[in-house]
Design a binder for this molecule. Structure first.
Ligand code: GRF
Length: 222
């Protein structure tokens, strides 16, 4: 049985992932309602995107709090008041503490612009390029107390091209982020995600047709 999620979104930046989620809620392909957009950054484009969509927004500026714990307590209070049951981090550039994780157990999701467990942390598109990876991509995962370490829900893969720059690769990944995040959240809405240790099983199992990728590509004859 699927149920409409009540999403609290937390973002620090431009909010294009937030926008993708807003759009999928609006067209009905994501059974969810965003009940609050929070940003730690008063200038975040994400706040404007929330306002334009008629969603309540709130700036909780981390610089006004003496420690992380205090800051996270304010976030939890606002999310609870708004009646959020699912927390979506969309470009939130702060580490979340157990205060948030314990308030919403197994209900905090994040998107990361790399194929975890490769390249956690910051500047990961540049790191993938510098390393010489042939594929890059993005990962939606449950958040745990580590940095980009929680159980993986879904991943999308893009090729790394020889003439890529950090900008071109980031743009290619971002297009997939906008598709992957709403998709992963919808799986949660449908109650299809079962956490089993580090693994997240999708029930019923999705059939993985044609998901093998090779880069550079094989010739047509192979
Ligand atoms: C995305 O690349 C996301 O994966 C990362 O931060 C970026 C946020 O972009 N965590 P936006 O604010 O959603 O446009």
């Amino acid at each position: 049985m699927s149920k409409k999620l009540r999403i609290g979104a937390i973002a620090s930046g431009g909010g294009t992932n937030l926008q993708a989620i807003i759009d999928r809620c609006a067209d009905g392909s994501l059974q969810a309602e965003i009940v609050l957009v929070i940003s730690n950054n008063p200038d975040a484009g994400a706040l404007d995107r929330g306002k334009r969509a008629g969603i309540p927004t709130l700036c909780i500026d981390h610089r006004h709090y003496s420690d992380r714990e205090d800051f996270d307590q304010q976030i939890v209070a606002a999310l609870k008041t708004a009646g959020a049951d699912t927390i979506v981090l969309a470009g939130f550039m702060r580490i979340v503490t157990d205060t948030i994780l314990n308030a919403f157990p197994q209900r905090v999701l994040n998107i990361h612009p790399a194929l975890l467990p490769a390249f956690p942390g910051l500047h990961v598109q540049r790191k993938a390029l510098e390393y010489g990876a042939r594929f890059a991509g993005c990962t939606v995962h449950f958040v745990d107390s580590g940095v980009d370490t929680g159980p993986i829900i879904a991943q999308a893969v893009v090729p790394v091209l020889d003439d890529d720059t950090e900008q071109t690769l980031s743009a290619r990944i971002l297009i997939e982020e906008h598709r992957l995040y709403p998709h992963a959240i919808q799986l949660l809405a449908e109650d299809r995600l079962k956490i089993d240790g580090r693994r997240v099983r999708i029930e019923p199992t999705a059939s993985p047709l044609n998901t093998t990728l090779i880069n550079p590509p094989l010739s047509d004859k192979e």
